[in-house]
Design a protein around this ligand. Structure first.
Ligand SMILES: [Zn+2]
Ligand SMILES: [Zn+2]
Length: 330
């Protein structure tokens, strides 16, 4: 089969590699679509420490069951459409045993630490595969993974009332979070992004107000701030807009060494809550349901998928902020 092989950071090729065969408890998925996300840029640049090289990346994917290995008890017939949770947890470390699998001490993931889905086929544990309902194509199916991350983020934030919300960053994750917030009954959502095209999509998806910078909100206060940029200055700035009793969700991935200047007095006196959200925690099945039922419709975010040979072009388009969400169709 053909697959992207990243031999080392910055160096990839479209390679001919052996077809995977399913081991015990595994299925092989014929990949229909695989999304490119920020993590893929970090893997390309050698900035995602768990990744070994060479690797075939790709962790946001859907396709159809091509082969079923021994000891698979699930109903996953050949040809069934599936989306795959890329998370690989050990199940026995103290965090897994306390229900925090996403913080597993032995965390691994399909496409991040083992062969992923920028390939025609990929072998995965059958338990990671989720059947997709009829009418959900591979590109929509590949949106389940990022949506599952957003679902976990909303759970981390806690119950929503009619809180006013400011959301920074209108890329894929920001716009999925926007849709989920509205679906969950949040109050008016103000979206901040520098890119006018993204703000137009945010408007279309239900943002009450869109602005191009935090300076425009200097006189506003919000009950909830959600950051989907990972830019330390933006996280810092938006936390300054929290009203008393406010909650901050840090969803975007900031550089590991960055710090912010949140006032401890404010955290005490105003009862500010700061919450982080990392990847997926038992949130894949609800994300399948949300997309399958049409409650969340990611189609306004999508561009026409590119072929595997244009993987480099897909990476370039994500890096340069063209469009919103790019997929590769092997
Ligand atoms: Zn991703
Ligand atoms: Zn573990």
């Amino acid at each position: 089969m053909r697959a992207i092989v990243l031999d080392r950071p910055g160096s990839f090729r479209v390679a001919q590699v052996p077809d995977p065969t399913p081991g015990p408890g595994q299925i092989v998925v014929k990949v229909d679509c695989c999304g490119v996300c920020g993590t893929d840029l970090h893997i390309m640049d050698g900035e995602f420490p768990p990744t070994p090289y060479p690797i075939t990346p790709g962790h946001e994917f859907a396709g159809t069951v091509a082969a079923v290995g021994p000891e698979v008890a699930l109903d996953l017939p050949v040809g069934a459409p599936v989306a795959v949770d890329p998370s690989l947890y050990c199940g026995y470390c103290r965090r897994c045993r306390s229900g925090r699998d996403n913080l597993c001490e032995n965390w691994a993931a399909i496409g991040d630490t083992v062969s992923g889905a920028f390939a025609e086929y990929v072998a995965v544990p059958a338990v990671n595969a989720h059947r997709l309902p009829d009418g959900i194509d591979g590109q929509l199916g590949a949106m389940v993974e990022p949506l599952a991350c957003a679902v976990h983020g909303l759970r981390r934030l806690g119950p929503l009332f009619s809180d006013s919300i400011v959301l920074t960053g209108a890329g894929t994750m920001g716009l999925l979070l926007l849709q989920l917030l509205i679906h969950s009954g949040a109050g008016p959502v103000t979206v901040v992004d520098r890119v006018p095209d993204r703000l137009a999509v945010a408007r279309k998806l239900g943002a009450a107000r869109v602005v191009s910078g935090l300076a425009e909100l200097a006189d506003d206060r919000f009950e909830i701030a959600v950051d989907a940029t990972g830019v330390p200055a933006v996280v810092d700035g938006v936390s300054g807009l929290l009203d008393r009793g406010g909650r901050l969700l840090v969803f975007g991935v900031a550089p590991a060494e960055a710090t912010m200047s949140l006032s401890p007095f404010r955290v005490y006196n105003d009862e500010i809550t700061v919450t982080g959200s990392m990847a997926i925690l038992r949130s894949f099945a609800p994300a399948v349901e949300l997309i399958g039922s049409g409650a969340i419709d990611p189609r306004p975010l999508l561009s026409e998928p590119l072929p595997l040979a244009e993987y480099g072009e897909a990476i370039h388009r994500v890096r340069t902020g063209q469009g919103i969400k790019w997929h590769v169709r092997p």
